[in-house]
Design a protein around this ligand. Structure first.
Ligand SMILES: Nc1ncnc2c1ncn2[C@@H]1O[C@H](COP(=O)(O)OP(=O)(O)O)[C@@H](O)[C@H]1O
Ligand SMILES: [Mg+2]
Length: 359
C-alpha cells in the first residue's frame, strides 16, 4: 500500500479500494460515500452501510478510519460518520423469497441447543439493527414458538401466510399451526411441501437474514432447501462431547453434499461458570470443537457456556431477555457478529454475483 498526497482525487480513488462488507465491492463505486471533503490536513465523509451489515457497523467505520490514516499520513483529522444506505434484497430462486442471506442452523443430533442458537443468532442480528426472519424447519419437533413464547395462529391474507411477530422477528413454525402435543404424521413429499409453503407463501417481507432452524439428523430438509433456493450457508452446532462432535462432522458432510457452504461451527454447553466460585469448569474437556473445525476447514464461531438463565428463559418463552442480561448477551451476540464477519470476509474475497432468478 503506497502513501498518497492528500487531495480529493487521491482520497476518492483510495476509497474505492475499501470494500463494502455486504457486496465485497468498493464503497465509492457502490455509491456509499457522501459528503466527502478534503481540506488542509483533514478528511471528512459519511459511509452509507446497509442494515445487513449492522453487526459490523462500528468495526467497519473504525477500519475505514484506520485505512485512511495509513493511506494518508498527512491527514491529522479523519472524520467518518455512518449514514443509512438502502439496497433492497433481490428475489431468491423460483420461490421468490426476498432475503439477502439465508442461513440454516443444523446439528447432527437433537438436544445440543440448535434451536437456542438459531433463535439467539436471529435475536442478535435483530438487536444489532438487521431485518430478520426465523423459520422453524423442524416440522416434527418445532421449538421456536416455545422458546420465544408465541402461540398465535398465523393469519392468511390474500393467500399469504402472515408470520407471527415476536421480539422484532418474523416467525413461522409448524408449532403455530398444529396444537401442542398433537402428533404430526408426514410423508416425505408432504414435508417437502410444508417447507416450500413456509418459504414461498409466507409474507416474510424484505429480509436481511432468514435464519432456518433445521431438524436434527438426516439430509432430507437440507436437500429440499437447497433445491428451492440458493442458501448462503449453514451454521453447525455441537457440544464438546466426542460423540456429539462426530455427529457434527456428519452434519458438516451432509451440508457439503447438498452444496450448502458451511459458514461455521458453534460449540454450545461448552463450559460451566460456577456462580459461587466463579470458576470455569470444562466438564467435557476443552478445545475439541475448535480443533475439529480447523481440521475440517470450517471457521470456529465461538463457545457458549452452559448457563442456567439461558435454559430458564428458553423454557419460559423469554429467550429475548438473554440480550438484556450482559452475561448471556455478550456470548450470544458474539455469534451474530462472527457470522456477519465470516460473510463479509467471504464477500470481500469473492464478491457475490447478482442472484439468478429462475422464473
Ligand atoms: N447454553 C445453554 N445453557 C443452558 N441450557 C441450554 C443451553 N443451550 C440450550 N440449552 C437448553 O437445552 C435444551 C435443548 O435445547 P434446544 O435448543 O431445544 O436443542 P435442539 O434444538 O438441538 O434440540 C433446552 O432446554 C435449552 O433451554
Ligand atoms: Mg430444536
Amino acid at each position: 500500500m503506497s502513501e498518497s498526497a492528500l487531495d480529493q482525487a487521491a482520497v476518492t480513488a483510495a476509497l474505492d479500494e475499501f470494500l463494502d462488507p455486504e457486496t465485497g465491492r468498493g464503497v465509492m463505486r457502490m455509491g456509499q460515500i457522501s459528503g466527502l471533503t478534503v481540506r488542509d490536513d483533514q478528511i471528512s465523509l459519511s459511509l452509507g452501510l446497509t442494515t445487513h451489515s449492522a453487526p459490523l457497523w462500528r468495526q467497519t467505520i473504525d477500519q475505514l478510519k484506520e485505512f485512511l490514516r495509513t493511506r494518508f499520513p498527512a491527514a491529522r483529522e479523519i472524520n467518518v460518520e455512518r449514514s443509512t444506505f438502502e439496497r433492497p434484497p433481490e428475489k431468491l430462486g423460483e420461490i421468490g423469497l426476498t432475503a439477502k442471506s439465508v442461513i440454516a442452523v443444523g446439528s447432527g443430533k437433537g438436544g445440543v441447543g440448535k434451536s437456542t442458537i438459531a433463535a439467539s443468532l436471529a435475536l442478535g442480528l435483530h438487536r444489532a439493527g438487521c431485518r430478520v426472519g426465523l423459520m422453524d424447519a423442524d416440522v416434527y419437533g418445532p421449538s421456536i414458538p416455545h422458546l420465544l413464547g408465541v402461540s398465535q395462529r398465523p393469519e392468511i391474507v390474500e393467500g399469504r401466510i402472515q408470520p407471527i411477530k415476536a421480539a422484532g422477528l418474523n416467525i413461522m413454525s409448524m408449532g403455530l399451526l398444529v396444537p401442542p402435543g398433537e402428533a404430526v404424521v408426514w410423508r416425505g413429499p408432504m414435508l417437502h411441501g410444508a417447507i416450500q409453503q413456509f418459504l414461498r407463501d409466507t409474507e416474510w417481507g424484505p429480509l436481511d437474514y432468514l435464519i432456518i432452524d433445521m431438524p436434527p439428523g438426516t439430509g432430507d430438509i437440507a436437500l429440499t432447501l437447497s433445491q428451492l433456493l440458493p442458501l448462503t450457508g449453514a451454521l453447525v452446532v455441537c457440544t464438546p462431547q466426542d460423540v456429539a462432535l462426530l455427529d457434527a462432522i456428519k452434519a458438516i458432510a451432509m451440508f457439503r453434499k447438498v452444496n450448502i457452504p458451511v459458514l461455521g461451527l458453534v460449540e454450545n454447553m461448552s463450559y460451566f461458570v460456577c456462580s459461587s466460585c466463579n470458576e470455569r469448569h470444562e466438564i467435557f474437556g476443552h478445545g475439541g470443537a475448535r480443533q475439529r473445525a480447523a481440521e475440517l476447514d470450517v471457521p470456529f464461531l465461538g463457545e457458549v457456556p452452559i448457563n442456567v438463565s439461558i435454559r430458564q428463559r428458553g423454557d419460559a418463552g423469554e429467550m429475548d431477555a438473554n440480550f438484556d442480561d450482559e452475561v448471556s448477551a455478550s456470548v450470544l451476540r458474539e455469534i451474530s457478529v462472527r457470522l456477519a464477519q465470516q460473510l463479509a470476509d467471504q464477500n470481500r474475497e469473492q464478491p457475490p454475483l447478482p442472484k439468478l432468478n429462475v422464473l
